[in-house]
Structures are given as C-alpha cells and as structure tokens.
Design a protein around this ligand. Structure first.
Ligand SMILES: Cc1cc2nc3c(=O)[nH]c(=O)nc-3n(C[C@H](O)[C@H](O)[C@H](O)COP(=O)(O)O)c2cc1C
Length: 173
C-alpha cells in the first residue's frame, strides 16, 4: 500500500505536523509512506491512500493547496481512494469546531473524505513583521505554540487502524 502525506505550509508548523503524521503512519507498518509538499508535480494517481493538509490563511487552505484540490477533483471525488485531510490554524478554542466544519464543507465539494481534522498550529514572532504583530495584537492573538502532539498522534493512529481494518477485509474476501 502506497501512502502519501502531502501538505502546504507557510511558516513551518503544518510541515512539522505532516512530518509527525507521516512518521506515525510509517511506524504502523501498513505500507510505504511518502512525505511531499503539494505542488503541480504531485500525482495522486501514484498512491493508494492520501492524507492532505494545509495551513489556513484567511479562513481557507493556502492557494497552492486549494488549486491542487480543485485540479485533482475529478479524480479525488469521483474515483475516491481512502483520503483524509487536515487543516492547521490558530482559531480560539471556541472557534475550532466551526472553522473545522467550514473547511470540511469546502473540501467535500472536491474530495470524498474519510475524515477531516483541524489542528492548532503556531505563531512564531520571528516569522512576522511589525504590521502583522500589531494586527495580531488587535485581534487578541498571541505568539504561541498550540500544537497538540498527542492529538496529532491519535489522529494518525486512527488512520492506521482504519487501513488495517480495510486490509483485513480484503484478505478475508
Ligand atoms: C496571513 C495569515 C492568515 C491567517 N489566517 C488564519 C485563519 O483564517 N484562520 C486560522 O485559524 N488561522 C489563521 N492563521 C494562522 C495560521 O494558520 C497558523 O499560524 C498556522 O500554524 C500556520 O501554519 P504554517 O506555520 O504551516 O504556515 C493565519 C496566519 C497568517 C500568517
């Protein structure tokens, strides 16, 4: 089984989460894993299982990730492979469920999904200029690392579990 974990990241936290997901799935020993950025060169046809992720900017996936999902839609929607998606943002805790729902609704227009999860990311002061710092402060945001590694591991492990069930079902038939 060939498993792709592909992501787009602007400042590195989505990349770190994708790396962790890929590592965790690899440790599950259910197939060969590949970690890649989402780019024009990426061909989903080469894989059996897809895990796609993006940082959230302005309530949506990054432009390149959005373009990829739209471009691959006929394949991902009409000829689905087991596919999961994750989004990485910094909503307040009270806003996680609603932002997750909005993103999942958008994704499901283009991709048949087994599941979607929103993970909290990170704001690093060194990544931003003065204007952004001011804007962040105005909206009550803080420079902080909100990545929850046990939640990320749990989600990756649930993918491994589902794929094991699929493999068992195929072996039984
Ligand atoms: C320009 C900009 C816009 C953002 N917009 C959102 C947003 O709409 N919703 C959200 O939850 N987080 C938003 N964020 C927070 C990022 O999604 C968060 O910092 C995430 O960890 C970024 O991932 P990255 O480090 O992989 O780029 C925004 C960040 C930036 C810099």
């Amino acid at each position: 089984m060939k498993i792709l974990v592909a992501y787009n990241s602007a400042h590195g936290s989505t990349q770190s989460i994708a790396e962790r997901i890929e590592e965790r799935i690899r440790q599950g020993n259910i197939g060969d894993t590949t970690l890649s950025t989402i780019s024009k060169a990426l061909s989903v046809e080469d894989f059996d299982v897809l895990v796609l992720g993006s940082a959230i900017h302005y309530q949506g996936w990054l432009k390149e990730a959005q373009a990829f999902v739209k471009r691959s839609s006929s394949y991902l929607h009409d000829n689905p492979k087991p596919t999961w998606a994750f989004s990485v943002g910094m909503p307040p805790d009270s806003g996680v469920a609603s932002e997750e729902k909005v993103l999942e609704k958008w994704l499901r227009k283009y991709v048949t999904l087994r599941g979607h999860k929103l993970f909290q990311g990170e704001y690093k002061e060194s990544d931003f200029n003065g204007c952004f710092k001011l804007l962040l402060r105005c909206f009550g945001g803080k420079f902080e690392d909100r990545r929850n590694w046990s939640q990320i591991d749990e989600w990756a492990d649930s993918i491994v579990q589902e794929l094991r069930v699929d493999q068992q079902a195929t072996a039984d038939n």
